[in-house]
Design a protein around this ligand. Structure first.
Ligand SMILES: Cc1cc2nc3c(=O)[nH]c(=O)nc-3n(C[C@H](O)[C@H](O)[C@H](O)COP(=O)(O)O)c2cc1C
Length: 278
């Protein structure tokens, strides 16, 4: 998502939102490559510190790139600024669902089988029921992207927040499938044009869609509030998003809902007496 050719999601993981998430009891994440340089990341980290006394992390997204960013410089800047939590994503995350369409349920259950370290579930989470299900599948928490786009503190235009609320789980589409770098994006006219080019006889090369998917156009979607201006990332979890709360209201609601679900599930337990009757 952050490489120079395909980065539709910049400008969301900024100090204002990361700090709001941390202040609300989550772990806010700054996206390093949203900043134009390692030095700018330093400033963003300092700015976030002014806005929250709680921990936050830095994401450095590693994807194939025509002009790879200075990954080392970004990592060094964050370490030198005292950041202790790093998050990274490669081809299977960050709106990049992978090429094999393995659903989250199986991915998480496989993670539970394979991993000996704590892990966090990502993709499709927006509420307490989702959090409880991730915990049941062995994860120790959830990562949410689309849900936080639609919060009061999210730095994107209100029209886009309203668009997310009005959209359903059917309003995304995969682009770059034929280029083996599948990305899930909001299904607008531009995204459908990209898919049509990919599907035409002989397919499409990146050059053919470069202008349509430009990061500049995607950025303007968030700034100007025109959902059709370019390509922008959004998950199928849009179907679950019905409001635009503050991060604090959202996170306390998710916590309460998850606790309620876990309590309800406890009622399903078969007690000693009932077992004896069987
Ligand atoms: C607007 C937006 C921007 C994102 N930016 C990044 C990013 O810069 N780096 C990254 O690794 N993931 C990024 N992600 C992916 C999220 O971290 C997360 O993996 C994904 O959104 C989870 O799926 P969900 O949208 O269903 O919650 C972004 C997601 C969205 C919606």
């Amino acid at each position: 998502m952050h490489n120079n050719s395909r980065r539709p999601t910049r400008r969301v993981g900024v100090p204002q939102l990361a700090a709001a998430v941390s202040n609300a009891g989550g772990l806010g994440i700054l996206t390093a490559l949203t900043q134009p340089s390692p030095d700018a990341l330093r400033h963003a980290i300092r700015e976030t510190r002014k806005l929250t006394k709680y921990p936050f992390g830095v994401n450095i997204t590693l994807l194939p790139s025509i002009n790879p960013p200075d990954y080392e410089g970004y990592a060094r800047a964050a370490v030198e600024e005292g950041v202790r939590v790093f998050e990274t994503a490669g081809n299977n995350r960050a709106g990049h669902p992978g090429e094999e369409d393995i659903g989250g349920l199986v991915l998480l259950a496989r993670a539970a089988q394979e991993l000996k370290i704590p892990y966090i579930a990502s993709g499709g989470f927006a509420d307490g029921r989702g959090l409880a299900s991730a915990l049941a599948l062995g994860a120790c928490g959830v990562n949410m992207g689309t849900r936080f786009m639609c919060t009061v503190e999210s730095p994107i235009h209100q029209n886009i927040k309203d668009k997310i609320i009005a959209s359903t789980e059917k309003d995304t589409v995969h682009i770059f499938r034929t280029l083996h770098n599948t990305a899930r994006v909001f299904k607008n006219a531009v995204a459908q044009q990209v898919v049509a080019l990919e599907r035409r006889p002989g397919g499409a090369k990146f050059e053919d869609v470069r202008e349509l998917v430009s990061g500049q156009r995607g950025r303007l979607v968030y700034e100007k509030g025109d959902p059709d201006y370019g390509i922008w990332t959004a998950g199928i979890v849009m179907g679950l998003i019905k409001d635009c709360p503050t991060c604090e209201v959202l996170l306390s609601r998710i916590e309460r809902e998850a606790e309620e679900v876990i309590e309800e599930l406890q009622a399903l337990r078969v007690t000693g007496k009932e077992k004896a009757k069987l």
